[in-house]
Write a protein that binds this ligand. Structure first.
Ligand SMILES: *Cc1c(COP(=O)(O)O)cnc(C)c1O
Length: 426
């Protein structure tokens, strides 16, 4: 039988660089042909061969209700009939803003945009504009979208600034970006001691989902807050992934640390292009048209995307939603751990709300360098073993996983059984 995925990949590569519109989809890290998805429902999607997969990426987080939730579909269908986009304000934008602010108490005002990249980039500009400072501080392994100033890796030492990780980013553009090791208290203290008066902001994924799943320790998160306050820098939590995913109040709710600015995306759009950034009124009013910090967007606050986001937020705000989701995710994580232990495989895993990560090592990593010591071949074998058995996890070892409200106990049990079978053949 001809593999339809192979055919589509060949066609795609002729017209789209690498055949994909976002690099991780290309399966470059794990090898093999990307699956071209033709439809999805609940916890599943089907590829071009009509093979069904249990979906653990959920569009990299947004599909927290599962695919095709009836209330969301209805809201989107209604919105589409009213018009796709107006380039003028709508009541639904106010409703979504109000819904977000009600759930994230650190935010007094919010601006809606179309992607996480745009939201993080705008938050950064706002922080620099509001503080009148240049230096930004980020951590190795945290991803904040692909704005130039954020595509940077650590330099040779602390006193030196980062190096670009992409061609097309001149070193001058990242010369004000400091990159530190995640969860390294000593480096953090030293960076503020050396550069404190110049630091506009510290941006962090407080539960990191772009180096698999790594939590900031409570002491580290607290120290980030203290140092920013002491030195007049803004603390920015990039909650594009964790917002409404690890819990109804995001990573800031889990850790009990209040940032100055919050960046949101993924779940707030429910699968549509929608993201946001917000914080205290005095800072947010620095934005155009009120203030001197420019930011704009033709499709910002899009009426169909806001309908999708609002309907999604309504569902996840229902009592007990996160308790059930977290319990299900823990069942998966505990089951995988037990399966690995039964087969004598090094393994560990962690989860918060509907987000999880697992590691082919016995310790839970604290930073990017440790995550990247994972045995690639072992991970790839597990990935393809699961894929063959109809379980779709992220095609890279440095990505988190996502469980939705639509995943059933049977789906979780089937996933654990598939993993155990693979472990047993090692
Ligand atoms: C996905 C992600 C982004 C980028 O969002 P896009 O919508 O892909 O531009 C930024 N920050 C974090 C933490 C993310 O997970």
């Amino acid at each position: 039988m001809t593999d339809q995925n192979d055919l589509l990949f060949e066609r795609a590569r002729a017209v789209i660089p690498g055949g994909v519109n976002s690099p991780v989809r290309a399966f470059k890290a794990v090898g093999g042909t990307p699956r071209f998805i033709q439809r999805a429902q609940g916890a599943y999607f089907w590829d071009a061969n009509d093979k069904r997969y249990i979906d653990y990426i959920g569009s990299w987080g947004p599909m927290i209700l599962g695919h095709g939730h009836p209330a969301v579909v209805e809201a989107v269908q209604k919105a589409v009939l009213e018009g796709f986009s107006y380039g003028a304000p709508t009541e639904r934008e106010i409703e979504l803003a109000e819904a977000i602010l009600a759930l994230v108490p650190s935010m007094e005002m919010v601006r809606l945009v179309s992607s996480g990249t745009e939201a993080a980039m705008s938050a950064l500009r706002l922080a620099r504009g509001a503080t009148g400072r240049k230096t930004i501080l980020k951590f190795e392994g945290c991803y904040h979208g692909h704005a130039d100033a954020l595509l940077v890796k650590a330099g040779s030492g602390l006193a030196t600034f980062g190096n670009p990780t992409s061609a097309g980013v001149p070193p001058e553009v990242v010369q004000h970006t400091l990159v530190l090791e995640y969860n390294n208290l000593q480096q953090l203290d030293e960076a503020f001691a050396l550069h404190g008066k110049d630091i506009a902001c510290l941006m962090i994924e407080a539960i990191a989902g772009n180096m698999n799943f790594v939590r900031a320790t409570p002491a580290f998160a607290k120290r980030c807050r203290e140092l920013c306050t002491q030195h007049g820098a803004l603390l920015i939590f990039d909650e594009v992934m964790t917002g409404f995913r690890v819990g109804l109040h995001g990573a800031q709710g889990v850790l009990g640390v209040t940032p100055d600015l919050t960046v949101l995306g993924k779940v707030i759009g429910g699968g549509m292009p929608l993201a946001a950034f917000g914080g205290p009124r005095a800072i947010m009013e620095q934005l155009a048209p009120l203030g001197p910090v420019y930011q704009a967007g033709t499709l910002s606050g899009n009426p169909v995307a806001t309908a999708c986001g609002l309907a999604t937020l309504k569902e996840i705000s229902k009592p007990g939603f996160y308790e059930a989701l977290a319990k299900k995710t823990r069942t998966l994580v505990d089951g995988l751990k037990a399966a690995a232990a039964a087969e004598g495989q090094p393994f560990n895993a962690d989860s918060e709300g509907g987000m999880f990560g697992f590691f082919l090592m016995n310790e839970l990593p604290q930073n990017y360098a440790t995550v990247m010591t994972t045995d690639n071949a072992q991970f790839n074998a597990l990935f393809h073993g699961l894929l063959d058995r109809g379980v779709y996890i992220a095609p890279a070892l440095y990505e988190a996983g996502f469980v939705s409200a639509a995943h059933s106990e049977d789906d979780i049990a089937a996933t654990i059984a598939a993993a155990r079978e693979i472990f047993s053949k090692r």
